[in-house]
Design a protein around this ligand. Structure first.
Ligand code: ADP
Length: 210
């Protein structure tokens, strides 16, 4: 498994551009482990989280095919902090476990460094000690709202509610080791990613897996 020295945690608010930025690092040879994608896969029909979710929340939060109904679950946990805590207690250890398995796989071991995408990195603190640097993708809150409503069709008020539940923009920036600014055009990301890629490659400790 790559040591934390070769792991960069990628975070940022909803719609800030994490996936867009992660793609650019992957194009340069980084290995991406996306905890959001893991969360989706374990709550798909037949996923390992479905049994415990059914046990705690009942059939009403499951879709006809047996997957977690994300909209219904979102409504449920926003209205009930105990439900939110219980859902996190089910999902987070499983996500970390799957992330550890991905970190132990060949792709991660061979890559010059690993991007571990964790949307709620600073909110949950569950990845403390597992990465070398925290990279924050940042853009204005207005742009976050605009991009997310366009992408997902969620109402503006819903997006604002999600943003309000996340760590504040100033605090996130304060906790960052590195920042990619995504308030401009996507082409502006390219030189920023190139500069950081060079830095992250130099974190490499080849002797550990040669
Ligand atoms: P996140 O992964 O942080 O939620 P995404 O990378 O999915 O964010 O970006 C959110 C949406 O905004 C996507 O539809 C993406 O294509 C778009 N987007 C990202 N960066 C920009 C940009 N600089 N200009 C315009 N649209 C962008």
């Amino acid at each position: 498994m790559p040591t934390p020295e070769r792991i960069v945690a990628l975070t940022g608010g909803i719609g800030s551009g994490k996936s867009t930025v992660a793609d650019l690092f992957v194009q340069r040879g980084a290995c991406l482990i996306d905890t959001d994608a893991i969360a989706h896969s374990i709550s798909e029909a037949g996923g390992r989280a479905i049994g415990p979710i059914r046990e705690r929340f009942g059939e009403s939060v499951l879709a006809a095919d047996g997957a977690m109904d994300r909209a219904r679950m979102r409504a449920r946990v926003f209205a009930d902090s105990d439900a939110r805590r219980d859902l996190e207690a089910i999902l987070h250890p499983m996500i970390r476990d799957e992330a550890d398995q991905a970190l132990a796989a060949d792709a991660a071991c061979r890559a010059p460094y690993v991007m571990l995408a964790v949307p709620l990195l600073f909110e949950t603190m569950g990845y403390r000690g597992r990465f070398m640097r925290a990279l924050v993708v940042d853009c204005t809150i207005e742009l976050q709202c605009r991009r997310v409503t366009r992408r997902s069709g969620l109402a503006f008020s819903e997006v604002n509610r999600i943003i309000a539940a996340q760590i504040s923009r100033p605090l996130r920036l304060q906790l960052a080791d590195d920042v990619v600014s995504n308030s401009g055009d996507t082409v502006d990301l390219v030189p920023q990613v190139a500069r950081l890629d060079a830095i992250y490659r130099s974190m490499e400790t080849r002797h550990e897996y040669r």
